[in-house]
Design a protein around this ligand. Sequence first.
Ligand code: SF4
Ligand SMILES: [Zn+2]
Ligand SMILES: [Zn+2]
Length: 319
Amino acid sequence: MKCSYCNRNAVYFQRYSGKHFCKKHFINFFEKKVRGVIKKYEMIKSGDVIAIALSGGKDSVTLTNFLLEQYGGRRDLDFFAITIDEGIANYREKTLIVAEKVTKALGIEHYVVSFKDNFGTTLDEMVRVGEKLPCTYCGVMRKYLLNRTARELSATKLATAHNLDDEAQTILMNFINADIDRLARLIPQREQEGLVMRIKPFREVYEKEVVIYGFLKGYELIFDECPYSELPVRAPIRDFIYEFEKEHPGRKISILRSLEKLSDCLKMTNPQIDLKRCEICREPTSQNICQTCKLISELSGKIAVKYCKSLVYNRKPRL
Ligand code: SF4
Ligand SMILES: [Zn+2]
Ligand SMILES: [Zn+2]
């Protein structure tokens, strides 16, 4: 099959648009699309210090390379990477090595922040004794460490590699759970003290397209899945959206657009509230005790866990 834009052979067929792309035109499409999204949502502004959440998995490796290649030459921007080591045996070690290599090659600083150093124990241990699902501990505590590290290192933005598939799953899951508060939090709102503003440059491109772009650009991508990723919660929703998209291409983007159409209404029904400070760790929270400290309280007595009173990472602060 030939590319829809030139005479070369196509490497990718985009079902929702009916277009075929050769390598060159796919790379052009992807870069233009993502740069357009960054501009549309004003994700990057002059003077920004951007912390990149780099797990070392395929999506975040592609994001880190993309941001540095596209924006790294700008003198009014600064970048560094943060990797959270949750302590997931036979998985995180490999992605940590990749993250180290990527940051070295790109010449940016790399901070590794572990559950073990900051909470006294690993995710594997929490899962062994705790009653919650692994992704609950992981999601809450990783977000906590990412925000706290980015803020302590003076970042103005925290970039994550969430793609259209992730966004569509989250939106639908919140609908299904009637969790409208969480749904409202997906809409970019005003800045809040203590929280570094999160940006998701890949939010309008398919996971598949992120991988194809990374592959065509020759980045080192590893495809290992977290051993906990197949546990129930997200998997059925992911599979449902996959099947639906197969029959009706373009539905993932419609899910995102539906949220955007509802955004004004959600801002009225669920206005952003001013955050308090957690009574234990002083991090921003909507309640008296933050989610992370609540999880630590539940686990204490079962394993040696600790509240994160001051952050520990692998190198001296950059500033
Ligand atoms: S699948 Fe769950 S446990 Fe594994 S890295 Fe993702 S959030 Fe964490
Ligand atoms: Zn072409
Ligand atoms: Zn707390």
